[in-house]
Design a protein around this ligand. Structure first.
Ligand code: HAM
Length: 417
């Protein structure tokens, strides 16, 4: 038997109803906020992520699935969507000339992490990116959209953490202070953090190693170094959230694992995912478009992990699309009539199924039960010779005989009423 690689899953129909429910809820929230879909490639030049996410991030330094094409160019399976959307936006003159643009996307991402519950190597995200304004309203709008989705699918007991990591100028003095703090503690830092202390000290606050996590408690806080405009921006985002009854907690150490953020960062977290506590996250990234060669364009967005959201609504009863009818037949001429009837029902938008073999009625009825069909249509010897079928309503057991010709009309009316 051939197995799939670790951390790379199949998603069978029993999870798909929930899957579609989550994505459907997200799509409705995106539409309600006037975000439109963009489909971005799964494979990009590696540089898109190296430049976009930063060389010191865990993703770029150790989690990318990278390969070489035949011409020796380095390609990477996308580990996230933001960098690709920015690349696409910068390249597309039609959209980047607009005063603002709103996109959402949905699809698989790839990170070579150690697989565990809620942490996969191929996972799926939906996300949204807004381009064109630094107004704090848009930070609020991103957060509110994700909050609407989390509430819409019924995620219970989650918290929203928010922070501001300021702009590059706020960080100059902060990073100096952070370096001073950690300089005396290098003996207690992990190997990566000793390196990061020289190359990108802010990343130390994102380290998940136990020893490094403990040291964060005494670290200086970026909030004490925000300049006036970053402070005002942060206060306005919080005010929008409060005014709209979106509960949040301030987390002054929330720097996020990607280098592109400026000002607002946020995460939706729960304690129900074991080691993985965030099921959605995002923030503002006002310099990335320019970094990718576009004209300076402020931006903000978020992404959610679909598999993590599925874990959070496990056990929730979600009705999938029902099978309207199952046709039970006695083979031969009855099968020919059953196939004809199935074709007319399907053409009229009524879902139905049947099995062509010569299984007994009992086994076909069992199948109808297993498929949770609303109606069973029986074409036995008698029905076959009179051109009729017996329609059985599975919920109540009521049945009546009608002509096969009238069946489409009858089911259309009954299903609509
Ligand atoms: P991220 O925090 O790296 O942010 O990922 C967003 C979400 O993707 C996480 O909260 C989690 O639910 C899910 N996720 C990440 N890694 C895994 C994994 N290995 N297995 C399962 N789920 C995972 C971003 O990707 C940014 N692009 C978000 C953003 C958009 N910021 C601005 N715009």
């Amino acid at each position: 038997m051939l197995a799939n690689p670790p951390g790379i899953e199949d998603i069978f129909p029993d999870r798909i109803d929930r899957w579609n429910f989550v994505i459907g809820t997200a799509r409705r929230a995106f539409a309600a906020h006037n975000f439109r879909e963009i489909v971005i490639p799964v494979l990009e030049y590696t540089d898109v992520f190296v430049r976009g996410l930063g060389t010191d991030t865990d993703i770029v330094s150790k989690e990318m699935f990278t390969l070489e094409d035949r011409g020796g160019r380095s390609l990477t399976l996308r580990p996230e969507g933001t960098a690709s959307v920015v690349r696409a936006y910068v390249a597309n003159g039609e959209y980047n000339r607009l005063s603002s643009a709103k996109f959402f996307y949905c699809g698989p991402m790839f990170r070579a992490e150690r697989p565990q519950k809620g942490r996969l190597r191929q996972f799926n995200q939906f996300g949204a990116e807004f381009f064109g304004s630094s107004d704090p309203y848009y930070d609020y709008e991103s957060i509110a959209m994700m909050d609407m989705i989390a509430k819409g699918v019924g995620v219970a007991d989650y918290s929203l953490l928010v922070n501001s990591i300021g702009c590059p100028s706020c960080r100059v003095n902060y990073v100096k202070e952070l370096k001073n703090y950690y300089q005396g503690l290098t003996g207690q830092l992990c190997e990566d953090c000793v390196r990061r202390l020289q190359s990108n000290p802010l990343r130390l606050l994102d380290c998940k190693q136990e020893g490094c996590v403990a040291l964060k408690a005494g670290a200086p806080l970026i909030q004490d170094h925000l300049d006036e405009s970053c402070k005002t921006h942060h206060a306005a985002v919080k005010e929008y959230l409060s005014l709209n009854a979106i509960a949040f907690k301030e987390d002054p150490l929330l720097v996020r694992g990607l280098d592109y953020y400026t000002r607002t960062t946020f995460e939706f977290v729960t304690t129900r995912l074991g080691g993985q506590n965030a099921f959605a996250a995002g923030g503002r990234y006002d310099n990335l478009v320019e970094q990718f060669g576009g004209k300076p364009t402020p931006a903000v967005g978020f992404a959610a992990g679909i598999e993590r959201m599925l874990l959070l609504i496990e056990g929730q009863e979600i009705g999938g699309a029902p099978l309207h009818a199952y046709i039970v037949h006695s083979g031969g001429g009855a099968l020919a009539q059953a196939v004809r009837l199935a074709s007319s029902l399907r053409a009229a938008g009524i879902s139905c199924d049947l099995e062509p073999g010569s299984k007994g009625f009992k086994s076909q009825f069992r199948k109808a039960d297993r498929e949770r069909a609303s109606f069973t249509l029986v074409i036995g010897e008698e029905e076959s010779s009179s051109g009729t079928c017996t329609v059985k309503r599975m919920a109540t057991g009521e049945q009546e005989r009608i002509s096969q010709e009238k069946c489409v009309e009858f089911l259309t009316e009954t299903l609509h009423s």
